[in-house]
Ligand binder design. Structure first.
Ligand code: SF4
Length: 215
């Protein structure tokens, strides 16, 4: 793909770069998810934050609103961030794919995981967002984001909670997706929450270090 920044080069700020990218995403037809979307969901938050969160893709609520992480999973993500005194305005939040992946079941459209080809088609936008925001730390929410950014063989249950170094020295970790947490019950729920809490604390420690280094 040609540079996604062709029309935004020339020393413009990262907000302008992201706005130009969002405009490109809004009319993108690089994969079939364009055919069924209501809205594209580009990303939100602070483009100057050292911390980027990358989820899987828009669900029904996100498709309807054009915003990432709304509905129950979004509320849980807010609670997870609040536990370390962060808000979603202090991080940059996006997904591996910018359009909803859905399948018809029983007469209605249900969310489904994005396919490898869809993630690959959308990856230049994620890479361009990373290039614009220049995060120092990335928290992948769920397996698809970790497979895209850390290792294609990443296994979320085995590999979450460990630090990995990406190109440019970016530190990356993965934890469970909020929607996965919501599907757990009983002891599984307690254990999953405990692990996510541990992961988010480790990420927050790196975030604090990055903020201190910036003075
Ligand atoms: S998912 Fe990404 S690549 Fe596919 S149509 Fe949407 S913006 Fe384009």
């Amino acid at each position: 793909m040609d540079s996604l920044f062709d029309s935004a080069e020339g020393g413009e700020d990262r907000e302008s770069r992201l706005a130009e990218l969002a405009r490109q995403v809004a009319v993108c037809t690089r994969c079939d998810l364009a055919l069924s979307r209501t809205n594209t969901v580009f990303g939100t938050g602070d483009p100057h934050s050292p911390l980027m969160l990358v989820g899987e893709g828009p669900g029904e609520n996100e498709d309807a609103t054009g915003l990432p992480f709304v509905g129950r999973a979004g509320k849980l993500l807010d609670d997870i961030l609040a536990a370390v005194e962060l808000t979603r305005d202090q991080v940059y939040l996006t997904n591996t794919v910018k359009c909803r992946a859905a399948v018809e079941e029983g007469g209605r459209m249900k969310n489904r995981p994005p396919r490898t080809g869809e993630i690959r088609a959308c990856n230049p936008y994620l890479e361009a967002q990373m290039e614009a925001v220049k995060p120092e730390i990335i928290l992948c929410l769920g397996g698809p984001a970790a497979k895209t950014l850390i290792d294609k063989n990443f296994r979320i249950t085995k590999d979450r909670g460990k630090w990995h170094e990406l190109a440019g020295g970016v530190k990356a970790m993965a934890t469970f997706h909020p929607a996965y947490i919501l599907r757990q019950r009983g002891d599984d729920l307690k254990q999953t929450k405990r692990l996510v809490w541990k992961d988010v604390q480790a990420v927050y420690a790196e975030y604090q270090k990055a903020m201190e280094a910036r003075g």
